[in-house]
Write a protein that binds this ligand. Sequence first.
Ligand code: SF4
Length: 192
Amino acid sequence: MALQDIRRTFLSWPVVRQLTGSDPTGRGAAVVSDHTRAVTARTETADRVVQSICPYCAVGCGQRVYVKDEKVVQIEGDHDSPISRGRLCPKGSASEQLVNNPGRQIKILYRRPYGTEWESLDLDTAMQMITERVLDTRARTWQATDDQGRDVNRTLGIAGLGGATLDNEENYLIKKIFTAMGAIQIENQARI
Ligand code: SF4
């Protein structure tokens, strides 16, 4: 190695930069490498930022979704959120991996009774099938009165079990629609 290279290497050591430069405590320029200096945060290069809510749990932390070329490139905590004030837990911080994961299912999959393979369904077909099953189950299991003749107007054939990814508003709507259908078995995973 030439003398000049040795000198350049020696001078580039963080401790040398710290002792000889303008950053004696080693908390700034002295400890920044050329590689780090050349890196730009995805939040800096995004085309736009969209405010959203973390999809993972009912806390509903605020998120800022950074978009570049119509693709989500980063998701961070939203400082404007009165709920989370810029913070996200490890799950919420990893939301970008949920959006862009190559294993993410974006089609409706259906396995018919006794079927051994999954089939893809379009949304209209799936909604129609769900509607028919709900109406049929409700009609078959409807109870106007109990065994003592008291009015109950309910069905025990339909139950709702929510997951922790549902937020307060979704749980509110699910409770309303299931109660309106006559279901009384309505639970959430968070209480189990
Ligand atoms: S999963 Fe974490 S970041 Fe997301 S809403 Fe819940 S607490 Fe907040």
